[in-house]
Design a protein around this ligand. Structure first.
Ligand code: NAD
Length: 299
């Protein structure tokens, strides 16, 4: 039977640690502040933003909520970001994606001060990640690495396969695995012989958005499987969320993350972690011990 990597409890521990750090920073001046910007009425985005704001406050930080109507112009949004960049109470800025079609997301993300870019999407942070020279790391890939750290001591030389090459999950997670000196293969929709490639993996990270894509006979005995996928399916009368991995077929894996309860809870916890990290850096406070291991390659 594969070990379950319990993202809920690992995320709860991370949130508790972040709260301690936020409290310390508050005692020395002001609490870390996270500004969340939502444009429009997308229901899923509203749910995400609500839970991000709630977790921010629970972690002892200040949250700044900025809601703009769908009709807001690109200039309105750029002006808001300029104000948040200049606001000393704000350590992190998150613009909830997707943005309405008339707004150029790249332009908006590029306008965020890289030191406050807690999503890690700014080209400066993307570049730093690929150069292994520090910066803020996107939350979901950071969460994947923290989960892997709970079951793997030494990454060097392990074969890692990543399914999916998106900028928010696949590519950054591949960079982080490479930084740990894994031998990394990044696969995608056009990859040939995917099952055969996956069979060579000691570590498998799946971020395809395809329910049940990875079958049991693709996975080598003992492999560590991180399932990033979130797929809403209808199962008879019920609606439920499943991952990209056929979870019931993973008995022979070494460890596996469930969906829900695996990577998902880590994403918001890592957003809080990035906010504290951004606050420390902006205030020239030293990073805490243990933090550097998590952010290996991101001094
Ligand atoms: P995306 O659509 O931007 O990218 C998907 C990638 O998977 C692409 O590179 C594509 O080539 C590849 N792919 C798709 N189908 C494939 C197939 N059949 N075989 C091989 N490769 C395939 O998606 P994304 O934003 O990277 O998200 C991927 C999944 O992760 C989604 O289900 C998303 O909801 C989920 N997600 C979860 C979290 C979380 O917090 N748990 C965060 C972000 C994304």
């Amino acid at each position: 039977m594969a070990d379950l990597i319990d993202g809920e409890s690992i995320a709860a521990r991370l949130r508790a640690r972040v709260k301690c750090e936020a409290t310390e920073l508050a005692a020395r001046g002001t609490p870390p502040g996270l500004a969340v910007v939502l444009v429009g009425e997308d229901p899923a985005s509203q749910v995400y933003v609500r839970s991000k704001l709630r977790r921010t406050v629970e972690a002892g930080m200040t949250s700044f909520e900025h809601r703009l109507p769908t009709s807001a112009s690109q200039d309105d949004l750029l002006q808001l970001i300029a104000r948040l960049n200049a606001d000393d109470r704000v350590d992190g800025i998150l613009v909830q994606l997707p943005l309405p079609g008339h707004i150029d997301s790249d332009l908006v993300l590029d306008a965020i001060d890289p030191l406050k870019d807690v999503d890690g999407f700014h080209p400066v942070n993307v570049g730093r990640l690929s150069a292994g020279t520090g910066g803020l790391i996107p939350c979901t890939p950071l969460g994947c690495m923290m989960l892997l750290d709970t079951v793997i001591d030494d990454f060097r030389g392990l074969k890692a396969v990543v399914i999916g090459k998106s900028n928010i999950v696949g590519k950054p997670v591949a960079m982080l695995l490479l930084e740990r000196e894994c031998t990394v293969t990044v696969t995608h929709i056009a990859t040939r012989n995917l099952p055969e490639i996956v069979r060579g993996a000691d570590i498998l990270v799946v971020a395809a958005g395809h329910a049940g894509l990875v079958r049991g006979d693709w996975v080598k005995p003992g492999a560590v499987v991180i399932d990033v996928g979130i797929n809403r399916i209808v199962d008879g009368e019920k609606r439920r969320i499943v991952g990209d991995v056929a979870f019931d077929e993973m008995d022979h894996a070494g460890s596996v993350t469930p969906v829900p309860g695996g990577v998902g809870p880590m994403t918001i916890a890592c957003l809080l972690e990035n906010t504290v990290r951004a606050a420390r850096r902006r205030r020239a406070e030293p990073m805490v011990a243990g933090d550097e291991a998590v952010h290996a390659g991101s001094a």
